[in-house]
Design a protein around this ligand. Structure first.
Ligand SMILES: [Zn+2]
Length: 153
């Protein structure tokens, strides 16, 4: 299915957002074609010489307010602004919660934890954030990410 402009009346900024990404199929990455931030994210100009990351602008447009959270890429493509590939950094807060509850029961990371750690890392979450979220040392996180441990997962 080809991507279409939404039927509601769009603001100028919304139109720019929509049109400055490469038109792609529904499930694929919508690659930002205009300017980039130094970190590699798409950049959209706003008023007063300010700019905003294009994926954040798209998240707000398509899904809702971001608040103080990070908008993360599930697809590890910083230029992608497909809202279905974006999720809020609140999810790591949920993981923290879950891990805290499980911590009394066990001391080892499950295979699922390991996969989550690798996915979070790709989304730009730091090793120290991951270490505190999962309740393991930064060295353990590093080993998992670098493939020095749990290679089979
Ligand atoms: Zn994507």
């Amino acid at each position: 299915m080809q991507r279409k402009l939404p039927s509601k009346v769009l603001s100028q900024r919304e139109k720019i957002l929509w049109l400055k990404s490469k038109t792609q199929q529904e499930g694929e990455c919508w690659v930002w074609l205009d300017g980039l931030h130094s970190q590699g994210y798409g950049r959209i100009s706003t008023w007063l010489h300010k700019s905003q990351a294009a994926h954040r602008a798209m998240y707000e447009l398509a899904i809702g307010p971001i608040g103080k959270f990070h908008v993360l890429h599930e697809c590890d493509n910083k230029k992608c602004i497909n809202p279905s590939h974006l999720w809020l950094g609140t999810q790591i807060e949920n993981i923290k919660d879950m891990q805290k509850k499980k911590r009394n029961l066990r001391h080892k990371l499950t295979d699922e934890d390991v996969m989550q750690i690798r996915r979070f890392k790709l989304s730009g979450i730091t090793q120290s954030e991951l270490s505190s979220a999962f309740g393991v040392s930064r060295q353990s996180i590093w080993k998992i990410i670098s493939g020095a441990s749990r290679v089979q997962i």
